[in-house]
Design a protein. Structure first.
Ligand code: IPD
Ligand code: CA
Ligand code: CA
Length: 257
């Protein structure tokens, strides 16, 4: 099944990232000094695309650094070759590879591989979520006072109209604690695995969220937009929780919009 091949290439790309940490030859800015891309992001992306083109010719691809291809098939692969580039450039060991597969616009499988911990998060639609083969389940924390949350700040935080800093402040005062790890795909998988109880962010892209949101949903979590609407990987805002906390999180966001 495709999940096996997704796992194989995610692990190969993750190994490539780890081997090249501290060995970056080129860092470019993508429109802002905060949004970086390295030759290693590009090398990882090429490795994953070459694998897909060889094994699944005709499938569509949407990859962060090279954009979208025109698919001949109903399948489309959504790739973040290195989620957590800023961390990577500092050898701060929180980054991963994210690969998802869409069929007719619906995400049906996803893997997120963290080469630092050797952790492979995976899910197929309707078949549960797993971490290195072990079934995942979200937490049952029922109040924000008991909740460990995470978020990320968009690269354009200096101009973003979405009140990211007010949201951060409001959650900081309500939750047990708030973390900022620097890899949205891992943040989301950590809700699936019960290490976090909830997550929110603005300005994410499909390659950040496609695999990880399927994994969290398959682990029993809830994923919506800021207004509580059904989440689409093509929207920018996201709220994700163990389900029980969801309305409390939406309320905090609403009060600070
Ligand atoms: C970024 C990370 C970060 C999030 C940013 C993303 P990148 O992805 O996921 O945690 O806050 O919004 O763009 O650029 O490292 O692939
Ligand atoms: Ca990313
Ligand atoms: Ca990336």
């Amino acid at each position: 099944m495709m999940l096996e091949q997704m796992t194989e290439i995610a692990k190969q790309a993750g190994k490539f990232l780890k081997e090249n940490e501290g060995n970056i030859s080129r860092i470019d800015e993508k429109g802002s000094f905060t949004n970086l891309v390295t030759d290693i992001d590009k090398g990882s992306e090429k490795m994953i695309k070459d694998f897909i083109e060889k094994n699944f010719p005709g499938h569509g691809i949407l990859a962060e650094e090279s954009g979208a291809s025109s698919p001949l098939s109903e399948y489309r692969w959504i790739i973040d070759p290195l989620d957590g580039t800023t961390n990577f450039t500092h050898s701060f060991p929180v980054y991963c590879v994210s690969i998802a597969l869409e069929l007719r616009g619906e995400v049906i499988a996803g893997v997120v591989y963290d080469p630092n911990f050797g952790e492979l998060f995976s899910a197929e639609k309707g078949s549960g979520a797993y971490l290195n083969g072990k079934r995942l389940r979200v937490t049952s924390a029922a109040t924000l006072e008991k909740a460990l949350l995470a978020t990320g700040f968009p690269y354009d935080v200096r101009h973003n109209p979405f009140n990211c800093i007010q949201h951060f402040e409001a959650f900081l005062l309500k939750a047990q604690a708030v973390r900022r790890l620097g890899s949205a795909a891992l943040d989301i998988c950590y809700v699936a695995s019960g290490r976090l109880d909830g997550f929110w962010e603005v300005n994410l892209h499909p390659w950040d969220t496609a695999a990880a949101t399927l994994i969290t949903a398959e682990a029993g979590g809830k994923v919506t937009g800021f207004n509580g609407e059904k989440y689409s990987i093509y929207q920018r805002d996201i709220v994700l929780s163990n389900g029980v906390l969801h309305d409390q999180m939406l309320e905090v966001i609403k009060q600070n919009l």
